[in-house]
Design a protein around this ligand. Sequence first.
Ligand code: GLA
Length: 731
Amino acid sequence: MSAILAWVPVGAQKRHVHTVVEIPRVEARVIPIGTEKMQILLQVDEDGKVFMPHVGAPIANPQEFLRYKGGRRWLREAYPAQGGTFLGVPAFHVKYKDGTHNTELRYVSHQCHASDGVETTAVALSDYVTSLEVRLIFCAYAKENVIKAHTEITNAGKTPVELLEYASSALNLEADKYLLTHFRGDWAVEMQPVHEQLEYGTKVIESRRGTQGTRNENPSFLLSLGSDSFSEEYGDVLAGGLCWSGNFTLSFDRSVNGRLSILAGIASHASAYPLRPGKTFVTPDMVWTFSMEGAGGASRNLHRWARREGVYRGGTITPTLLNSWEGAYFDFTTPVLTGMIDDAARMGLEMFVLDDGWFGTKYPRNSDKCGLGDWELNSAKIPEGIEYLAAYAHEKGLKFGIWIEPEMVSPLSVLAETHPEWVVQSPGREIYQSRNQWCLDLSNPAVQDFVYGIFDRTMQLAPGIDYIKWDCNRPVVSFGSPYLGNEQDRFFVEYVQGLYSVMDRIREKYPDVMIQCCAGGGARVDYGALKRCNEFWTSDNTDAISRATIQYATSMVYPACAMASHVSAVPNHQTGNVTPLKMRFDMAAAGRLGMELQPKNLTEEERALAMRCIASYKGFREVVFTGDLYRLSSPVDSDYYSFMYVNEDKSKAVVFEFCLRYQARESRDRGLLLKGLDPARTYKVVEQNVDQSCWWGNGQFFHGDFLMEGGFNPRLVQSGASAIFVLEASQ
Ligand code: GLA
């Protein structure tokens, strides 16, 4: 193929000659990408254009689309690029060296291969004028009903190009109505569900914070199709989550024809990415699922996929723990910590985690004002060393974990003095502080090595460090990397790539260490981080009432096995609310249970209750970690929050109910309609952690259908009352 535009001098004048490159013809075909209950169809036309005629339930004879006649198909390209006849929001937009902006992707070839219940389809496209290649990769998880998609962009030409838009994946849908559920949030009030009907135009969910990508919005959503209302049980729901811990954009463009185009990927904000000749850019994965059983079905699909692949060692039981933060903050010495370890062991907890405050020598970390970056033990606080503390915990039968915040540096630190060029900064401009700290420039490979070294050295502080809490307490502002020089457009992308490459190196050396991903609470809850971390810190807000909404919405996308949930003191340190200890335990038992308080401040009676709740949790947590979730009532729309987990063979279930606000006697007359049980089996129903049950049927046997049709009506008639029931099938 030759250049198509040439200026030919004719005497003193220039004559414009326009030649059009011939488009190669290909065989028309349909490429089905499918799971048991979800299908995406790609259709290739003879001119090589690739469309997406269908997303939804499987169509058994998709080849019939080859006979389809009708308009508007140009609106449904599988990966719409800026160029050609496309007028919508492009998934892909390239600026070429000659200043032109148009790309027209045409089919080249495709390949499929299947292994272990996953079918991978790679569709190669290329621009018919430039040498740009795009591969759309889809991995279809048959049983989980998840299709994971990403894109690989190769500059096969001779000059660099600029990627202005480079979505991971695009989907096209057609429905009468679209109800979008997404998650707004902030510190201590993460994951607040918002339901909004999509009107004509483009709705965008995004983050431009650099780090802490999920502080104000999560890169995930649910979309109820053809409906005004959100339903746990009924209707078609498409849902998805982007595997990326930085700037992201999810856009929902409802065209004038009513059709909806969804794009998901890295935000192009300040990130016109330069792609050199011969280089390939790989976008992050986007995870899609489709359910005909409402939002509940979509969540269960995502959870199953997450336990299989989305969460590092997902579905594996992680230990209950005591974290030192709210119990001691920065104010501790060895005896305080060994005292906490003793108490944790006595209560039946399985790990002790030493949080912030253990490091810094020239600038000891006795408050959040200094010390980040100087990851040496503060021996004034712990003269015996971390080794002693870890051994102390291990002797008591506990695992041992420790906190780091390796992407950050305090202005008051030896690190800031010795490596000022490692700080994110823009020439001549103020380096703004947030929580008295700056960000390190992870786009710089030297900084990546340093951050890897922090983790590696922390692991060497004691034999058998079992768990690392990896925190990240501020966003990037006034961004800039001294390392990237005049290519600052690479910063946001390469920061996250740098972070992932550090974490991947860590995982290679330390496959067994448990990592909690924390970012000032839940500001890094995404499937990019979770691929490398066992769990996330859901929120710094541990008030059981606040946690009801946070955990409810989190559960729509992320599985309980990864959701860290702690019992803290009252009045709650974030809200000042006072909730009963049992309610706090019952709420924490919905995920990975922990405690975060000074056990010395518990009364004997409270300690006894704690021991009882921890012991009972160990008896049913496997169902929480691996079971299917059914949300029964929403804490947002109801005074009661209830949900249940059912294990795979339906032999065991755990039901949770919380009375968030008791207002009137009638509010609970109907009882709960349980879900997911085997209607024909009998279950023994036993309430946990009480002497006096709130249900008349406690300890008795009932058929699944009775429990699912209204026979189960525990009486929780006080704000703050809560109950957990374990159901075990008798045969
Ligand atoms: C963040 C975390 C907390 C705690 C503190 C320590 O706020 O979310 O859990 O680790 O940092 O400074």
